[in-house]
Ligand binder design. Structure first.
Ligand code: M6R
Length: 615
């Protein structure tokens, strides 16, 4: 995790870096720091807290000089969040300064060696060890910065995206990556370095994404040189034209990114199926699926690997794939899959789902599956991300940037992509009738309108949030396609309001969780009108008899649940299989308003980060 930003050019570096760090705060926000270089001196300001705290620190340090600089927003791994452990870190001589996103796993043994040679360390970080290792290489071998960084990186084990400045090299920044993302923005006589493109998008659309084990020497008025860290071979830089625009990464009048992203879902779902869902022609066109149709059709099983919300989308997909395409599906936490010696073969397909495309466990799961011969398909949102590059084929969700740490539009757009895949495969395998297939295509096309209608529950969700904001616990129940939605609703509440919540399949309640129910326990029940409706009404009766408070998510016009529940939120009717796309909306809104009323930091909840790039 952590966000890094660097600048070298003709503008003042400080405002660019601070704004960039603010945009990257989703990656970590427990401390922040900046180093500015005016060609003669490197000045450093850093502090525990957010980028706004850093801004104040900079003002009191009068640190606003130079056209070269690097900055960092941290999610602590080695050492608690405090001023000393905040990045950037100086080397012992003070000549080098570094920022780092990742973990140097063998830092302890390197630190021991360097200590024997007289190096001292101020912080508890692995990063300070790395910058001193670079300095040691420089001193002993008389190497220039780029070469010294390369030699040092060949000695470390772990993951990194780094940027280093050397006081002896006034027009140069050296950057490198392995396992953590790093983009270089290429402007007119200026370069930007960042964990993603958001810090530089208003300055340039041209970007180079460094690949793993690449090192870039970025010099003013010169072309960037990229080398492979291991064998020193030169790589010709590939400059991509980015389509991102500035409005997409601003709040656009909403109080929080999360709320903006909840309301963006109708458009995001449309963007996901645009050009792929061709209702009039009765077609679904997804290049990644089409090119590999035989593999999918003949797959022995599909294993879905993902984490968090993406894992919940995977669970919804399990129900959808098995129902429509009759392909056996297993859904695995990527973090478990990667370490449990799974049975995977060349006859299997692994589908990796990830909003960021950078989640370390998901990436490792992909590598393991590939090593065992599986064909790996990625469902990612971030274009050009590590997972999208590591997979054999894939489909982007095209949801646009998701900045709020709590995933919302990522979930619904992932389900949209996975539903289209399942429909395409069902058609190819003949496991769906023509009329059912058509019905699903038509209904999927109307989903954005239905999500818009579900968003009308905004005011009601706020009122219900006010009633339950102070509860210590909550339960979420659902059945079938809506069981994963219950899990997702509970996760949303936990992560932004810090209220303990659990999601359960409704019928499983009587095997344990029912013991928790009393008059203080709110239970959100997804009780839309489908196959399991009568069963879920019985579950509601069971809760009622134990005095639990029921918040029912019901189909518009429902009367039965309405008569039993303490509150109901209506959503429009749709096909059962597509219902997660609408039932999840009020759950997102409910969590959002509870967190707002509790005055929590909705977009940056404690202890979390948007991209989990450490295991
Ligand atoms: O970027 P990814 O989809 O791979 O991220 C996976 C999880 O870290 C993520 O979904 C996390 O659980 C969210 N904070 C949930 O809202």
């Amino acid at each position: 995790m952590c966000g890094i930003v660097g600048y070298i050019g003709h503008r003042a570096a400080q405002p660019i870096i601070l704004k960039g760090l603010q945009r990257l705060e989703y990656r970590g926000y427990d401390s922040a720091g900046i180093a500015l270089f005016d060609g003669a001196r490197i000045r450093l300001s850093k502090t525990k807290g957010k980028v706004s705290d850093l801004q104040e620190k900079i003002n009191s340090d009068h640190n606003n000089v130079g056209n070269i600089g690097i900055g960092h927003t941290r999610w602590a791994t080695h050492g608690v969040p405090n001023d000393t452990n905040a990045h950037p870190h100086y080397s012992n001589s003070g000549d080098l300064v570094i920022i780092h996103n990742g973990i140097i796993e063998n830092y302890a043994s390197i630190k021991k060696e360097l200590s024997k040679r007289g190096y001292t360390f101020q912080s508890d970080t692995d990063t300070e060890v790395l910058v001193n290792l670079i300095e040691d290489v420089q001193k002993n071998g008389g190497f220039k910065l780029g070469k010294a960084v390369q030699i040092a990186l060949n000695q470390v084990v772990g993951a990194y995206a780094i940027a280093v400045i050397d006081i002896k090299k006034p027009n140069e920044i050296v950057a490198a990556r392995l396992g953590s993302p790093l983009a270089i923005g290429v402007g007119e006589n200026e370069y930007f370095i960042a964990s993603d493109a958001s810090p530089f998008i208003e300055y340039t659309n041209d970007a180079i994404y460094l690949e793993d084990e690449e090192l870039a020497i970025i010099r003013l008025h010169k072309e960037t040189k990229i080398r492979k860290i291991k064998d020193d071979s030169l790589v010709s830089p590939y400059i991509q034209q980015l389509k991102l625009n500035i409005d997409q990464i601003e709040k656009g009048g909403y109080a929080h990114f999360m709320l903006k992203e909840i309301f963006e879902q109708p458009q995001a779902i449309k963007d996901t199926y645009r050009g792929r869902l061709l209702v009039n022609q009765g077609l679904i066109k997804m290049a990644g699926v089409e090119d590999n149709l035989e593999k999918f059709i003949n797959a022995q099983k599909i294993t879905i690997v993902a984490c968090g919300t993406s894992w919940h989308a995977g669970l919804v997909a399990e129900y959808i794939f098995e129902d429509l395409a009759r392909i056996p599906v297993e859904v695995e936490y990527a973090s478990e899959f990667r370490y449990r010696n799974p049975v995977i073969s060349a006859k299997d397909i692994v589908v990796a789902i990830s909003q960021s495309g950078e989640t370390a466990d998901t990436l490792a799961a992909i590598k393991l599956a590939k090593a065992q011969g599986a064909f790996v398909f990625g469902v990612c949102n971030v274009v050009g991300s590590s997972i999208s590059r590591e997979t054999d084929a894939g489909a982007y969700t095209h949801a646009g940037p998701e900045i709020g740490v709590a995933s919302t539009k990522a979930f619904t757009t992932q389900i949209t992509v996975l539903t289209m895949m399942a429909l395409r495969l069902a058609k190819a395998k003949g496991t769906i009738s023509n009329s059912d297939y058509k019905r699903h295509l038509v209904e999927l096309e109307t989903t954005p309108t239905k999500v818009e209608q579900a968003l009308k529950s905004d005011a009601l969700s706020k009122q219900i949030a006010a009633v339950y904001k102070d509860v210590p616990n909550a339960l979420y129940l659902g059945r079938g396609f809506n069981f994963p939605v219950a899990l997702e609703g509970a996760l949303k509440l936990k992560e932004i309001s810090y209220i303990h919540a659990e999601g359960y399949p409704a019928a499983e309640m009587k095997h344990g969780p029912i013991a928790l129910i009393d008059e203080h326990m709110p239970i959100v029940v997804i009780a839309t009108k489908y196959g399991h409706y009568e069963k879920i009404v019985s579950n509601i009766q069971e809760i009622k008899s134990r005095k639990g408070k029921i918040i029912g998510i019901v189909t518009k016009g429902d009367t039965e649940v309405k008569a039993l529940a303490d509150h109901v939120i209506e959503v429009p009717e749709t096909l059962e299989l597509l219902s997660p796309l609408v039932t999840t909306i009020p759950l997102q809104l409910l969590s959002y308003y509870i967190a707002v009323l509790l005055e929590k930091n909705v977009d940056q909840p404690r202890n979390l980060a948007k991209s989990v790039t450490v295991e």
